[in-house]
Design a protein around this ligand. Structure first.
Ligand code: CTP
Length: 401
């Protein structure tokens, strides 16, 4: 049974959260409600406690179980956090990490999937700060059920009415279905660049930031998988939750990932593995001279191809190909050469996507069928998009409800 925390904030639409709570309970969820102090002006704790049979929290120091920190317990135990209605205030607060009441504190401590259904005056919604907060939340993977257009409580006309209860409930149930999709599966992610030492202070590497690998690890965790990340020295840390093995070189990545591959159901090779390493590592620091310097490089093993040999026969192998053009021929050739089931290509010649950026645009190529395009999305959006598709190739997989 999914454990949902329903956050209710101070909008006139707060009363509709009671129907939403019931709808989620009808869908088989355990619902625990957290009101903001402003929401308590519109609806009461007693209403939600009676409806859900669960304690309802308001203040940051509310502790239904003596000695337990409710904000941490609730954040840890939730499979989904829904905030409906979500005022401009809560959106702006959670986008920037303010935690000054129970709901915003739970939101800050929570690491799983989240859904928000904004409801507010149209000018407050159109406000640049609110829009920036919504964009920030979306870039972190938060689902937004957009408010409807119409007459709002203050008499104005425009976008700002809380979406219908059934729309919010079905978005929540779809997320819950989605979060179950990789339950019981082991996912191995190789991520980040590798560093190939030249001497004791210099190395060969590349521009991979590790953001796409971190996003995939996070999305796989949200889908219930048991995740291991083998990462080179990335600019961003992997998310909290997976087992993380830190490596430097391609050879170390191969050794670490080889230990995990035989039990993995899904292997996502996102790492930008350096193709060559220095033939000899100079002991200590190389000194400057006036002579030309020739560095002899030798090829590194192809990590993903090796992992494919070690993987279970029904494991699904996904590679990534950062290509300088939209021509998919090179990516297709890699799919064949490396024995992959899928390859996700991205055109790194386009500005604003791929290396180091927060957005990406993938073309997913399988062994059969035509390629699918994700369109430009946040990296976490891309990760969700990709996992939904490759998960279909796992043995025993049913369509998402
Ligand atoms: N890869 C790997 N080990 C390598 C090189 C690449 O595991 N030594 C994996 C990457 O993690 C990625 C896929 O292979 O999933 C494609 O990587 P890419 O660098 O695009 O391919 P290369 O084989 O290195 O081809 P090229 O550099 O010629 O484009």
């Amino acid at each position: 049974m999914a454990n949902v925390v329903l956050g209710v904030t101070g909008s006139i639409a707060a009363y509709r959260a009671a129907d939403l709570a019931r709808e989620l309970m009808r869908g088989g969820c355990t619902v625990r409600v957290c009101l903001t102090p402003a929401a308590e002006k519109f609806v009461t704790r007693v209403l939600f406690e009676s409806l859900t049979g669960q304690p309802c929290l308001v203040w940051a120091f509310d502790e239904p179980e003596a000695g337990r920190m409710a904000h941490i317990d609730w954040a840890r135990q939730a499979d989904l956090l829904v905030i409906a209605p979500a005022t401009a205030n809560i959106l702006n607060k959670i986008a920037s990490g303010v935690a000054d009441d129970m709901l915003s504190t739970i939101a800050l401590a929570y690491t799983g999937p989240m859904l928000v259904a904004p409801a507010m005056n149209p000018a407050m919604l159109a406000n640049e700060t609110t829009q920036a907060s919504l964009r920030r939340l979306v870039s972190r993977g938060v689902e937004v059920v957009q408010p409807a257009e119409g007459e709002v409580a203050c008499g104005e006309h425009g976008q700002g009415k809380l979406a219908s209860v059934s729309e919010i409930a079905s978005a929540a149930m779809a997320l819950i279905g989605w979060t179950r999709r990789l339950e019981g599966r082991r996912v191995l992610v190789t991520s980040g660049p590798t560093r190939e030492p030249i001497d004791s202070v210099r190395f060969l590497s590349n521009r991979s930031s590790g953001k796409m690998g971190a996003a995939l690890a996070k999305a796989a965790l949200w889908m219930g998988a048991d995740v291991t990340v083998v990462t080179g020295p990335a600019a961003v840390p992997p998310p909290l939750g997976p087992k993380v093995v830190r490596v430097e070189t391609a050879l170390e990545m191969l050794a670490a990932a080889s230990r995990e591959a035989p039990t993995a159901d899904l292997i996502l090779a996102v790492a930008a593995v350096a193709d060559y390493r220095a033939a000899e590592q100079h002991p200590g620091k190389m000194r400057r001279t006036e002579e030309d310097l020739v560095l002899r490089l030798v090829p590194n093993p192809d990590v993903v191809a090796e992992l494919g040999r070690l993987a279970k026969p029904d494991a699904v192998l996904v590679g990534f190909a950062a290509e300088p053009t939209d021509d998919l021929a090179a990516a297709r050739a890699k799919l064949e050469r490396k024995g992959l089931h899928f390859i996700a290509a991205n055109d790194v010649s386009q500005a604003g996507i791929g290396f180091e950026s927060d957005e990406n645009e993938l073309v997913l190529i399988g062994r059969e069928g035509s390629p699918e395009r994700s369109g430009r999305l946040s990296k976490i959006g891309c990760a969700k998009w990709l996992l939904d598709r490759v998960a279909q190739a796992l043995p025993g997989e049913r369509e998402t409800p």
